[in-house]
Design a binder for this molecule. Structure first.
Ligand SMILES: [Zn+2]
Length: 343
C-alpha cells in the first residue's frame, strides 16, 4: 500500500514535471484533434483524444498497439518506454525525436509526449516499424490501422459494393476450344482470380458459377438483379475463323437503362476495355454494342462482357495458357472495376 502511494506521488511529481514539458511541446505545436481511430474496421475509443504535432497524429501507445499484440513498458522515473512486439523493441523517450529500434538509432519526425499520465506516440512512426498497415482517411478524419480490406472499404466511405462475376459457359457448354484448352476453364480461372482481388479491396463478390457447371443465361443476369449488385461482369474469351485476329473487346447492351454509381453499361464497358487492352498490351478492338446477348439484355445493373483475348490466335492462346497472364488479366479487370466504382 505504501509502495503504491509512493509510486502515485512519484508519478504525480513526474506528471507535473513532464507536464511542463508538454507545455513546452504545446508551444511547439501540440494541437488537440477529434480524429477517429479504426482498427481492423472497428472504431475504438481511446482514454485520451489523439493530438497532432506538425500534422503527425499521436495517440495512447498502450491502447492502440495492444490491439496488435504489442506491449508497452513504461519507466516513468526515466521518462522512457519500450514498445515490444515479437522480436522488435522500439525505445523512445518523452519529448525526444531520437528512438532506438532493436538498438539501432532512428529519428521520429515528432517526439512522443505524456498527456495526463498517458504515453502518446507518433502512430505512423511506430506502426510502420511494427509492420502494421496504417492509413489516413481525410474524408472521415480518421486513422485506419490493421486489416487492409477494412482499411480500403472504410477509406472509400464504408459503402460495400457488390460485384457479380460471370465466368462464361461451363459444364457441357465449353465455349471455344483450341489446342486442348477450353474457354470455360480460362473464363473460370480468370474469374476466380478476379474474385480474390476484389475481395482484397473490400468488395463483396458473387459468382454465377464457381466450378465447372452449366448455368442458364437469364439466371446469370438475374443473380445480379436480385442482389441489386453494383455491376455485372461476364468474363469470356473469343474465337474467330481468321487465325490472325487477336485483341480485346468489351460488349454491352446499347438499350440498357441501368445506371448506378454514375455508371452506365456503356461507360463501364469503356473503362474496362481501355484498362484491359492497355495493360495486357492486346489490340484494342473497342466497345461493341450487342443486342443479342441474354446476359447483357436481362441485367438491370451496369453490365458488360469482356472478351479478354482470341483463343483462335496461337500467340494470344499461348499467353492465355500462362497463369501469370491470366493473373494480369484479372488484375487489370479489378483495376478497371475500382476505377469505375471509385472515380
Ligand atoms: Zn464465350
Amino acid at each position: 500500500m505504501k509502495k503504491v502511494t509512493l509510486s502515485v506521488i512519484i508519478s504525480v511529481v513526474l506528471v507535473l514535471c513532464l507536464g511542463s514539458l508538454c507545455v513546452c511541446a504545446s508551444a511547439a505545436g501540440v494541437v488537440t484533434t477529434n480524429v477517429g481511430f479504426f482498427i481492423n474496421g472497428n472504431r475504438i475509443s481511446l482514454e485520451r483524444d489523439p493530438v497532432a504535432i506538425n500534422g503527425r497524429i499521436l495517440a495512447p501507445a498502450r491502447t492502440v498497439f495492444a490491439n496488435f499484440g504489442a506491449r508497452v513498458d513504461w519507466y516513468p522515473e526515466k521518462g522512457y518506454f519500450n514498445i515490444v512486439k515479437g522480436n522488435t523493441v522500439i525505445s523512445m523517450t518523452i519529448g525526444q525525436n531520437a528512438a532506438k529500434v532493436n538498438n539501432v538509432s532512428m529519428q521520429s519526425e515528432v517526439p512522443p509526449i505524456l498527456e495526463r499520465g498517458t504515453v502518446m506516440v507518433p502512430v505512423r512512426f511506430v506502426a510502420e516499424i511494427l509492420n502494421i498497415p496504417v492509413d489516413w482517411d481525410s474524408v472521415n478524419n480518421a486513422v485506419l490501422m490493421g486489416n487492409r480490406n477494412e482499411i480500403a472499404s472504410i477509406s472509400r466511405g464504408e459503402k460495400k459494393y457488390i460485384v457479380v462475376i460471370d465466368p462464361g459457359h461451363g459444364g457441357w457448354e465449353t465455349g471455344a476450344a483450341y489446342g486442348g484448352i477450353k474457354e470455360k476453364d480460362l473464363n473460370l480461372d480468370i474469374s476466380l482470380k478476379l474474385k480474390a482481388l476484389l475481395q482484397a479491396e473490400g468488395i463483396t463478390v458473387h459468382m454465377t458459377r464457381s466450378s465447372d457447371t452449366r448455368v442458364g443465361l437469364s439466371q446469370r443476369a438475374e443473380l445480379a438483379n436480385r442482389l441489386n449488385a453494383d455491376m455485372f461482369i461476364s468474363i469470356h474469351n473469343n474465337a474467330s475463323t481468321t487465325p490472325g485476329v487477336a485483341g480485346t473487346m468489351t460488349l454491352y447492351y446499347p438499350y440498357s437503362t441501368a445506371y448506378k454509381n454514375n455508371l452506365s453499361s456503356k461507360t463501364l464497358a469503356s473503362i474496362v476495355q481501355n484498362e484491359v487492352s492497355r495493360s495486357l498490351g492486346s489490340r484494342n478492338i473497342g466497345i461493341i454494342q450487342r443486342t443479342d446477348l441474354t446476359v447483357l439484355r436481362v441485367a438491370k445493373v451496369p453490365a458488360v462482357l469482356v472478351e479478354v483475348g482470341y483463343m483462335s490466335n496461337s500467340n494470344e492462346l499461348n499467353k492465355l495458357k500462362n497463369d501469370a497472364y491470366r493473373q494480369k488479366a484479372a488484375e487489370t479487370i479489378k483495376n478497371a472495376i475500382i476505377k469505375a466504382l471509385y472515380k
